[in-house]
Design a protein around this ligand. Structure first.
Ligand code: ADE
Ligand code: ZN
Length: 349
């Protein structure tokens, strides 16, 4: 574990510090960064009909009661993506916002099955996203990588087929994940395909414990052998699981505004991020689907800290955790932590 430095940061400087500190984003779905304006522009460019009369009408539909109510709209929004340039434009818009929030490293999820089911070749998807990642490094100074997610409401056979289609582009993604409707689709449904991905040397992550029970987090760890758990906030209901996550330093990629918008917690004040951190877990803050949940990285930090009273020390820990949990090498991690410490020194009294 990285040595934790102590900083004396005046409380009124905390919001600016949250924005200025370098950070990694480890949990965002690139299709969830499609802003209504871009959905409309792409619909027009591609001649795709969408069942909303205006940007405002679409935005008004973003009132969710749970994960499924969001996913229905999210998959409909992605239907405007057809060409390589569409995937590039979507990713580039996100990467510019990430750079503005001082995100220096991002590991972006993408859902190939959402596109291949509409007849879009997986090569078109991966090439467009990857080209944006390369350009982001060169012109924005943001290091960006891709993680291919399997949709868990579909079969394991379908996931295997998707893996086969994607493998010719293996050099353009670093790992696989598991997303979509959680309850009723436990991680063990994908034991074989994750086993194969492990043999291939891919990094492994999975959504677990967003709405689903702690048992899903256990099976993500013990059956899928994931290196990170996406969300994982329901782990707090199981003390033995909390001990395991702390002991093995398994990062949890927590998404506060997502949890708020999908009614996982009644309000941000009730969010358990502070509990997870204070129990020694490698918790991180992430935006999940920023276009749908009301904020990118800095907005997640600002609103969560304002509501919960987390401190500058927590802020340092969250940023340090984001580097520890990322899939970059140790030298790169150390370089980012040095930059983090330099930012904190600048904001110290
Ligand atoms: N796909 C996009 N966002 C998701 C989330 N929060 N949970 C599961 N699947 C998702
Ligand atoms: Zn997610």
């Amino acid at each position: 574990m990285t040595q934790v430095p102590r900083f004396d940061i005046p409380a009124d400087r905390l919001p600016a510090l949250l924005c200025a500190m370098p950070k990694a984003e480890l949990h965002m779905h690139i299709e969830g960064s499609l802003e209504p304006e871009l959905i409309f522009a792409l619909a027009q460019r591609n001649g795709v009909a969408i069942p909303y009369a205006s940007v405002d009408e679409l935005r008004q539909a973003y009132a969710f009661t749970n994960l499924q109510s969001f996913l229905d709209i999210y998959y409909a929004g992605a239907s405007v993506l057809l060409k390589e340039q569409d995937f590039y434009d979507m990713a580039w818009a996100y990467l510019e916002r990430a750079a503005a929030d001082n995100v220096v490293r991002t590991e972006m999820f993408f859902d190939p099955q959402t596109h291949t089911a509409r007849g879009v070749d997986v090569k078109v998807v991966i090439d467009g996203l990857h080209r944006a990642c390369v350009d982001a490094e060169a012109t924005l100074g943001v290091s960006a990588a891709l993680i291919l997610c399997f949709l868990r409401h579909l079969s394991e056979e379908d996931a295997f087929e998707t893996l086969e289609q994607a493998l010719p582009h293996r050099d353009k993604f670093i790992g696989v994940g598991l997303d979509s409707s959680e309850v009723g689709h436990p991680p063990e449904k994908f034991a074989k395909v994750f086993g194969r991905c492990r043999e291939l040397g891919l990094h492994l992550v999975a959504h677990a414990g967003e709405e689903g029970p702690p048992a899903y987090v256990w099976s993500a760890l013990d059956v899928l052998k994931v290196e990170r758990v996406d969300h994982g906030v329901q782990s707090a209901r199981d003390p033995a699981l909390m001990a395991r996550l702390a002991q093995d330093r398994i990062p949890l990629t927590v998404c506060p505004l997502s949890n708020l918008k999908l009614c996982v917690f009644p309000d941000l004040k009730a969010h358990n991020l502070g509990t997870l951190l204070d129990a020694g877990l490698v918790a991180t803050v992430n935006s999940d689907d920023p276009a749908y949940f009301g904020g990118y990285m800095n907005e997640n930090f600002l609103q969560t800290f304002a509501a919960t009273g987390l401190t500058a020390q927590h802020a340092w820990q969250l940023a340090a955790n984001s580097f520890e949990g990322s899939f970059i090498d140790d030298a790169a991690k150390a370089g980012y932590v040095d930059r983090l410490n330099a930012t904190f020194a600048r904001f110290s009294a």
